[in-house]
Design a protein around this ligand. Structure first.
Ligand SMILES: [Zn+2]
Length: 472
């Protein structure tokens, strides 16, 4: 049972959410999934990172008692514990740690390709793990796993047919170039290899995601022609040109995948250091992705994740959670759970990100909604919530899921992840939000946000204290 945001716990108790889950799905939840961070700040203080902004939703208020108290409540109901980290943390203001597109424009979201960012987000996750370890010590349940929400690690933009995937910060370019020297320069032109499979649709980006690791260059060209994306190349859309672009595209997808997996692996390694000794068992490492063969905004290719045991120096995740119906995706080597929501966490995260932008004074005045009136913001929240709730699956879709993993069965599916988020809860939640005034009114102080130097100093101190060689 995934509780994607603690604000839900202001409106329902653990017992009520447990019962809601049973009502929706017809079975009891065996585990609760709790976030360690909200889109507007931390949910608990992190000793190694003093001064980082706390979330408005971390404070005990109404029914919400606090992070560890909520874990205890669910543990008392017999729910094991999973923690989930969304490493994008747009509340941290630091251009040097933000994602950057190919032309050097940055966006307010942390880049996990940057070693300092990994140290920082791993410290947050590690603190959450420590708190959960304390909770499970005196409970009959386990800390079953730690998940990283990877559905939107690398958001994309588009303007006038120019597609701008991220990230091309110095750290990411270094990571990609190490694998294929000269590769990133192939994307500094227009049209470029992305135009084979990505297209500015005017209202968003159309994309081809059915790209498997075994795919041939000629198949990519064929798909591009079939979808009509090749017209971006105009008169140059002959086979030799498109084949050259498709070759570089497949190299990019491979390098992006490896770079992303290495980065996630490093976060898991740091956050779970020595936890097996404390607990006597190893909590699972889990990646949440959308469920397509290639996730453009996760940078991950499901088929490439699905490898036996350890691949080179990288540990494969123990589990992947994804939307079960978006393709014929089934894993052969690693376990998976079906995330019962269209595009997994994508629309849910988008809704809670708008909640943060609406209620956090700085985000309200620095993001796309700055000039919207309070009524318009509330309406946008209802619209985005409707979009999210419209992508939820109901219990009838459980029938179509692959078999559960068992002796003799080929399937590696362990179960499913459901979210007890209903329209009623959403309505109550939106009504209760304290929406901040827009940009045409007086802004609140910025002093509570640490500057870049302060954050870098903190992560460097952490790094020194770990006495481990840095990689970035
Ligand atoms: Zn980057």
């Amino acid at each position: 049972m995934d509780i994607p945001h603690p604000v839900i716990l202001r409106h329902r108790t653990a017992q009520e959410l447990h019962d809601e889950f049973v009502r929706i799905w017809g079975v009891k939840p065996t585990s609760v999934v709790m976030p360690v961070v909200a889109p507007d700040g931390l949910l608990f203080p992190c000793d190694q990172l003093p001064g980082i902004k706390m979330s408005e939703y971390g404070r005990p208020v109404e029914l919400y008692k606090g992070f560890s108290e909520s874990l205890e409540d669910f543990a008392r109901l017999g729910c094991g514990i999973h923690l989930v980290l969304d490493p994008t943390m747009s509340f941290i203001r630091s251009d040097a740690m933000h994602i950057t597109d190919i032309v050097g424009e940055s966006a307010a979201q942390l880049c996990i390709g940057n070693g300092r960012v990994r140290d920082l987000v791993a410290a947050v996750l590690g603190t959450g793990v420590d708190i959960a370890c304390d909770v499970v010590k005196s409970a009959k349940v386990k800390l079953e796993g730690v998940a990283i929400d990877a559905v939107d690690l690398w958001p994309m933009g588009a303007k006038d047919e120019r597609i701008t995937p991220t990230c091309f910060c110095d750290s990411c370019i270094k990571g990609l170039e190490l694998m294929h020297p000269g590769l990133t320069t192939k994307f500094k032109d227009f049209p470029n290899p992305w135009n084979l499979v990505l297209k500015d649709s005017g209202t968003g980006i159309s994309f081809i995601s059915n790209i498997r690791p075994s795919m041939l260059v000629s198949e990519v060209v064929g798909l591009s022609r079939q979808r009509g994306f090749h017209v971006a190349f105009g008169q140059n859309a002959g086979d030799p040109v498109l084949t050259g672009h498709a070759t570089n595209l497949l190299l990019y997808i491979e390098a992006k995948h490896e770079h992303t997996v290495r980065s996630l692996d490093d976060i898991f390694d740091q956050a779970l250091q020595d936890v097996d000794k404390i607990l006597g068992y190893r909590p699972k490492r889990i990646i949440i992705m959308e469920g397509t063969n290639y996730g453009w905004t996760s940078g991950l290719q499901l088929g490439r994740l699905d490898r036996p045991e350890r691949h080179g120096e990288i540990r494969t995740p123990d589990e992947v959670w994804f939307d079960p119906t978006s393709s014929e995706t089934i894993t052969e080597h690693i376990d998976f759970r079906s995330y019962m929501w269209g595009r997994a966490r994508y629309y849910i995260d988008a809704f809670f990100s708008l909640v943060a932008q609406s209620t956090d004074p700085r985000l309200r005045s620095t993001t796309g909604i700055a000039y919207l009136s309070e009524d318009d913001v509330r309406q946008s929240l209802y619209d985005r919530f409707s979009m999210a709730i419209g992508s939820a699956y109901d219990s009838t879709s459980l029938i179509s899921l692959p078999d559960l993993k068992s002796e003799g069965a080929k399937s590696r599916r362990l179960g499913f992840v459901g979210v007890p988020l209903t329209r009623k809860i959403g309505d109550e939640l939106i009504r209760s939000l304290n929406i901040q005034p827009g940009k045409n009114r007086k802004l609140t102080s910025r002093t509570e946000f640490p500057d870049l130097l302060e954050i870098i100093k903190q992560v460097q101190q952490m790094k020194r204290s770990r006495a481990e060689p840095g990689d970035d």
